[in-house]
Design a protein around this ligand. Structure first.
Ligand code: ADP
Ligand code: MG
Length: 343
């Protein structure tokens, strides 16, 4: 037994996961990919099964002061589905486990489940089980999603190659700005007997935070265009962190052009109001539920023909590192909180 105490901050979240999952050799031939990608990959004969789990904790991942339970249920499903999409797969089943404290009435939980039901309808997934227990610390939601993908279409984080184009679905930073807006109004609410929330003109930001959707249309469009990305990840922790995950898994570097990062008009406007930098929101904000992927340079014109996708940079050799290029051409090394370099 060791007496040494190591703080999680010394290795970061990803260092912690690596350390915990390090000494688990794969024992079954059907286990194709264990921890380390967006979903585990299991050989099911003619195709691969995909399995992912996500945990949402009250006070950490959501605040029920402004997060309606129905939207929360929907979002919990979207979070799981995105990990299946990030493997280029199709989500099929999900289980939901909840820990519930006494402050919730049955009607509250029915609200939560009406959101889960609505997401199940939209994304054609089946709720096939879960678990229910009591909690002393508010609401806990654990979602596991199962999906599948044809073997030749699977996409890992590790396949990016030099000169590949770095692509992104949707726009970034809006969910984070939506969160700031909600936090601002919550503070105004606390000190006011007759609060009037100032949300007008920012509906898009609120939608991105409270009613996210999974980029299933982008995945379908890539399929129609005959494009299989060389690598892919869902953007859950901001572009910087997830780009670095691809670089690490693929042993490559990257050049991302700042002015090419898609940022919505409302995100710029809110950032102006808060004296914040919208690019920082895109890089480090998180919660956007978009996909970051790479395709061979030769597919540039095909990608341009697929709507709703932006090319933001290209893959470089590992020794050139991960760089952001500012509009005046200067280079900034890409870093992310929670991402401590390999110890
Ligand atoms: P995501 O953000 O895509 O949900 P994470 O960053 O949470 O993924 O996790 C990265 C990888 O580490 C995934 O493959 C995940 O399954 C695995 N992982 C995360 N936490 C644990 C854990 N406590 N035990 C085992 N594997 C884990
Ligand atoms: Mg993921």
């Amino acid at each position: 037994m060791q007496n040494k105490r190591t703080e999680i901050s010394e290795v970061g979240e990803f260092g912690l996961i690596r350390r915990l999952t390090d000494r688990f050799p794969i024992r079954n031939a059907s286990t194709v990919m264990g921890a380390g990608d967006d979903a585990a990959v299991i050989d099911a004969g003619d195709k691969y099964l995909l399995l992912t789990s996500d945990l949402l904790l009250e006070g950490i991942d959501f605040d029920l002061v402004y997060f309606p339970l129905k939207h929360l249920g929907y979002k919990a499903v979207v979070v799981g589905i995105n990990d299946i999409l990030a493997m280029n797969g199709t989500p099929e089943q999900l289980t939901v486990a909840i820990g519930v404290s006494a402050k919730f009435a049955i009607e509250d939980l029915e609200e939560l489940y009406s959101g889960i039901r609505s997401a199940c309808e939209d994304y054609k997934v089946d709720l096939v089980g879960g678990d229910t227990d009591s909690s002393v610390t508010g609401l806990t939601i654990a979602v596991s999603v199962v999906g599948s993908v044809e073997k030749e279409r699977i996409v890992y984080r590790s396949g990016a190659k030099e000169n590949d184009l770095v692509c992104i679905t949707g726009d970034l930073g809006a969910a984070y700005m939506g969160l700031h807006l909600l936090e601002r109004e919550k503070r105004a609410f606390a000190g006011n007997d007759n609060p009037q929330p100032q949300f007008e003109g920012y509906e898009y930001l609120l939608r991105r935070q409270l009613m996210p959707s999974a980029p299933t249309t982008a995945i379908a469009a890539l399929r129609t265009a005959g494009i299989v990305p060389t690598s892919m990840i869902d953007i859950s922790d901001g572009l910087a962190s997830d780009m670095l995950q691809i670089c690490r898994s693929s042993s490559c570097g990257v050049r991302i052009y700042l002015e090419r990062i898609p940022i919505a008009r409302e995100t710029h406007k809110m950032a102006d109001e808060l004296h914040a930098d919208p690019v920082v929101a895109a890089l480090n904000g998180g919660g956007d539920h978009e996909l970051l992927f790479t395709v061979p340079l030769a597919q540039q014109s095909r990608i341009a023909g697929v709507g709703g996708i932006d090319i933001i940079g290209h893959i470089t050799p590992a020794d050139t590192g991960a760089k952001l290029i500012t509009p005046d051409g200067s280079e900034i090394t890409l870093t992310a909180p929670g991402f401590v370099e390999r110890q």
